[in-house]
Write a protein of this length. Structure first.
Length: 255
C-alpha cells in the first residue's frame, strides 16, 4: 500500500467510501478472527504449577500464609511481580480493590488474562514484565511514556509480592541482594518475599548450571539476604513454608 501510493504527494488518489454498516462488518470480522487466535509456542513457565517442587499441603500452607498476612495489612493496591498465572494473587483478589500480576512469560500472562475474563475479575490486571529489563521511559526526552519503575511509584502498591523470584534475580540475573532490595524499596510499602534456600531443588539446579563459576555464588544464603534487605526494609515476619526449603518474609519499607 505504501509503495503503491508513495509518489502521491498531492493525495490525489481517490478514497474509497464505506457505509457505516460495512465498517461495522469489517470490525466484527476482525474481532471474530482475533478471538480465535492462540499462542502456539511453549515457554518455560507456561505450566509452572504443574512442575512445582512442593506438595499439595505445602502449596496450601503457602496460600494460607499469604492470605493471612495480606488480610492483616488491609491493602487497597497490590502487585504480584513474577506472579505467573495469578494463582497466589487470587487468594486475596476478593479482599483487595486493585491487583496487578506481572510475569516475564507471555503464556502464563495469557492464561491469567483468560482466567480474569472467565472469572470476571474486574479488579485484576495482568501484563508481561521482565524485572531484569524493566521498560524504560520512551518518547521525546524519554518523557512521553514513563518508565515501569516510575509508573510503579505512581501506583504506590500497599503490598508487593515477590514469590519464588529472588533466586532468579540473584542467580540468573547476577544481581546482588542489596540492589534487588533497592529496586523493590523504590515503590513498595510492604514486601512479601519468598526466599528459596540453597537446599531448594530449583536453587540447586540454577547453581549447577553455573558450572565452574558456582563458587562465585557462595553468598546466596539467608544471612546475606537478610543483611542486604535490612538496608531498606525491616523484617516483620519470617515463616518457613511447611514441607519446603523456602522461607516467606514480610518486610516493611524503612522509608
Amino acid at each position: 500500500m505504501e509503495r503503491t501510493h508513495s509518489e502521491d504527494y498531492k493525495a490525489e488518489t481517490k478514497i474509497a467510501k464505506l457505509s457505516l454498516k460495512a465498517q461495522n462488518n469489517i470490525i466484527d470480522n476482525l474481532f471474530d478472527f482475533i478471538k480465535k487466535l492462540s499462542i502456539k509456542e511453549e515457554t518455560e513457565w507456561g505450566n509452572y504449577y504443574d512442575k512445582t517442587n512442593y506438595n499439595d499441603a505445602a502449596f496450601q500452607g503457602k496460600k494460607t500464609l499469604i492470605e493471612d498476612w495480606v488480610t492483616a495489612l488491609n491493602p487497597q493496591r497490590l502487585i504480584d511481580i513474577g506472579g505467573n498465572d495469578g494463582t497466589f494473587a487470587r487468594t486475596v483478589v476478593t479482599k483487595v480493590p486493585h491487583v496487578i500480576v506481572t510475569d516475564i512469560d507471555s503464556n502464563a500472562v495469557g492464561y491469567n488474562y483468560k482466567q480474569i475474563q472467565q472469572n470476571k475479575e474486574t479488579n485484576m490486571l495482568a501484563f508481561v514484565c521482565d524485572v531484569l529489563q524493566p521498560a524504560p521511559g520512551i518518547g521525546l526526552n524519554n518523557s512521553e511514556r514513563s518508565s515501569l519503575v516510575e509508573r510503579l511509584k505512581g501506583y504506590s502498591p500497599d503490598v508487593t509480592m515477590a514469590l519464588a523470584l529472588i533466586h532468579h534475580i540473584t542467580l540468573s540475573g547476577n544481581v546482588p541482594f542489596d540492589r534487588s532490595a533497592q529496586f523493590f524499596a523504590a515503590f513498595s510499602k510492604h514486601l512479601i518475599l519468598e526466599f528459596p534456600t540453597r537446599e531448594d531443588s530449583w536453587v540447586s539446579s540454577l547453581l549447577v548450571r553455573k558450572r565452574e563459576f558456582m563458587n562465585h555464588f557462595d553468598f546466596y544464603n539467608q544471612e546475606a539476604f537478610e543483611a542486604g534487605y535490612k538496608q531498606y526494609f525491616d523484617i516483620q515476619k519470617k515463616e518457613t513454608v511447611p514441607g519446603t526449603k523456602r522461607v516467606l518474609y514480610l518486610l516493611k519499607n524503612k522509608g
